[in-house]
Design a protein around this ligand. Structure first.
Ligand SMILES: [Zn+2]
Length: 273
């Protein structure tokens, strides 16, 4: 084996897969996880690749956990761009339209089915990537035998985030900063005295009560909403909080992946008989 992370396809060789598979037509994996990130600014202290780094880190942990439980789960390379039309007013934001994301997912699903992998998990780390409609769009195609799952961990595990963080943030705040401090501290920008180079992540309210209350939704123009793209105060972030939260995600999603790998794609899937 070339790699000590055999769940990572980008570090795996054809020889590795041939050695552990049950024959020429065994793809060597029962589940594929596709991480989705973004390339956009995160206040003044986190890198443009923050969401992509988070996607790979969380994917790595959950697949490792599933692997330890005996599941053959593949972590595919991350898609480093996402839908970020609302941040285009800030320099070097790079956007993929939602329909472009659909085309990417459709092509990857077709490729995976061609190789006999039908249990496919979209692991999304970016709020602007709206992927649920893609699951609806692809129910019957390119191959109705493919079963798609979506993880928006930052929304779905809000209960754990609220326990760990003073204010689970919207963008580049305490939660994301804590995750980066736990995983890639060298990429978190600080002054000589250790303080983050970030501003307070304050956001400007709109003129409509209904929007503020959430009765009406909009896509917010980020260059007007924020001062330096941060939405949420990052200054209470610590690596310990980040690690605690990552452990929750690893545990919850590692168990799910192991169950999914083990599950038969029969007529009743995904329901109990
Ligand atoms: Zn982010």
């Amino acid at each position: 084996m070339t790699t000590d992370a055999p769940w990572r396809l980008d570090e795996t060789t054809l020889g590795d897969i041939a050695a552990r598979s049950g024959g020429l037509h065994d793809p060597g994996f029962d589940v594929a996880v596709i991480p989705f990130g973004c390339t956009e600014p995160h206040n003044l202290h986190l890198p443009y690749g923050t969401d992509t780094i988070e996607a790979m880190e969380i994917g790595d942990r959950m697949c490792h956990a599933a692997w330890r439980a005996g599941a053959r789960v593949a972590l595919l390379p991350a898609i480093p761009y996402g839908t970020t039309t609302n941040q285009m007013g800030v320099r070097l934001t790079l956007n993929l339209m939602p329909t472009t994301l659909l085309a990417i997912v459709r092509d990857l699903v077709a490729s995976l089915v061609r190789h006999d992998i039908r249990k496919i998990v979209l692991l999304n780390s970016h709020g602007g990537n709206d992927l649920k409609w893609i699951l609806r769009e692809l129910v019957d195609g390119p191959d109705p035998t493919a079963k798609l799952f979506l993880i928006d961990w930052f929304r779905a595990c809000r209960d754990a985030a609220e326990e760990i963080f003073e204010k689970p943030d919207d963008h580049a705040g305490e939660m994301e900063t804590s995750i980066l401090l736990a995983t890639r501290p060298e990429l978190v920008a600080r002054f000589a005295d250790g303080r983050l180079t970030a501003d307070a992540g304050a956001t400007r309210p709109t003129r409509f009560e209904a929007v503020e209350q959430g009765w009406v939704q909009i896509t917010r123009p980020w260059h007007l909403l924020t001062t330096n793209t941060g939405a949420g105060d990052p200054h209470a972030a610590t690596p310990e909080k980040g690690e605690r939260f990552l452990e929750v995600l690893e545990d919850r999603y590692g168990r799910f992946l192991a169950e999914l790998a083990d599950s038969e794609l029969d007529e009743m899937f995904p329901f109990e008989d």
